[in-house]
Design a binder for this molecule. Structure first.
Ligand code: A3P
Length: 295
């Protein structure tokens, strides 16, 4: 079933206004138990599940605000071997955002995008063992980035203050649920599907040494690129360059915001930081991933 508007949503799908700790509400869509952005005419989880996967599709998965636009562009240029200055972004193949027919005719290999969990993706992602790239970012910077994003996008209808945002965010009350649940779920997917080719990238590593991380991507994709080319990709994917090229699509100032590591220190109060660190220890105790909160 393709949803055409919020008014035609199925019984399993309804709008939710979740209050933050100050009573300001953030709007999302409950799509069969999972909170999604309230976007008109979006395919929804059912639409995503039915997408036809090609053997050579590459699946790009990340929690929102983990640097998807940036790493997608890097990957696209490494894959094609071209320095591209167009305004195409990951939204072109954002599966829960655009209908399949819009990207069904794209030339192979396609890079598909989603912020969803593996269980929401088409079964053929696992069956065909297509290449999967996951991008992770430290959750404190994700939270700050998400707050600034959600305050500016009309679909969230959110006017709340930062001090009231953090707790419900990490309790999974806003769209896409909890960052911790997302990360743990993907770690579980990797563990239970050891033959699924998955490349895990960290935003902070990319900031620290983009050349090294791009070589990892090339190896994973099975492409050879010269250092000269890699250096040109670096120049073409700086925040400033991407702001220039991608801003033509629409106003994307909240997507290309600061682009750093450690901005959370300008936002987290001591009390918020202590609360978060405690929660992180509890929830992520069994997770071996090491996140860098500063560089
Ligand atoms: P900040 O809000 O912390 O600045 P996503 O693409 O997943 O929505 O993530 C958006 C975050 O990635 C934003 O973080 C944004 O500034 C950052 N970002 C976007 N393009 C970038 C680039 N070329 N280099 C570094 N960071 C970038």
């Amino acid at each position: 079933m393709l949803y055409t508007s919020a008014a035609s949503l199925s019984l399993q799908t309804h709008l939710v206004d979740t209050p933050d700790d100050g009573g300001d509400t953030l709007t999302s869509v409950n799509d069969n138990g999972f909170l999604m952005p309230n976007l008109p005419d979006a395919p929804g989880i059912q639409g995503v599940r039915s997408v036809k996967i090609r053997d050579d599709d590459i699946m790009f998965c990340a929690f929102p605000k983990s640097g998807t636009h940036w790493v997608f562009e890097i990957t696209r240029e490494l894959l094609t071997g071209e320095i591209i200055e167009d305004d195409v972004t990951m939204t072109q193949t954002f599966m829960e955002y655009v209908h399949e027919e819009k990207y069904a005719d794209l030339q192979s290999p396609r890079i598909l995008n989603s912020h969803l969990l593996m269980k929401h993706l088409p079964e053929d992602v696992l069956n065909k063992k297509i290449k999967v790239i996951t991008v992770l970012r430290n959750p404190k910077d994700v939270a700050v980035s998400f707050y600034n994003f959600l305050k500016t996008v009309p679909f969230a209808k959110y006017k709340g203050e930062w001090k009231n945002f953090l707790r419900p965010l990490f309790q999974g009350k806003f769209l896409y649920g909890s960052w911790m649940d997302y990360v743990i779920d993907w770690e579980q997917v990797k563990k239970t599907n050891p033959d699924l080719p998955v490349l895990t990238l960290f935003y902070e590593d990319m900031k620290q040494d983009q050349m090294r991380e791009m070589r990892r991507i090339c190896e994973f994709l099975g492409v050879e690129r010269t250092d000269d080319f890699l250096s040109k990709v670096c120049d073409n994917t700086t925040l400033a360059a991407m702001r220039t090229h991608k801003n033509r699509e629409n106003n994307r100032s909240s997507v290309f915001r600061k682009g750093g590591v450690g901005d959370w220190k300008n936002w987290f109060t001591v009390a918020q930081n202590e609360w978060f660190d405690q929660l992180y220890q509890e929830k992520m105790a069994g997770c071996h991933l090491q996140f860098k909160f500063t560089l």
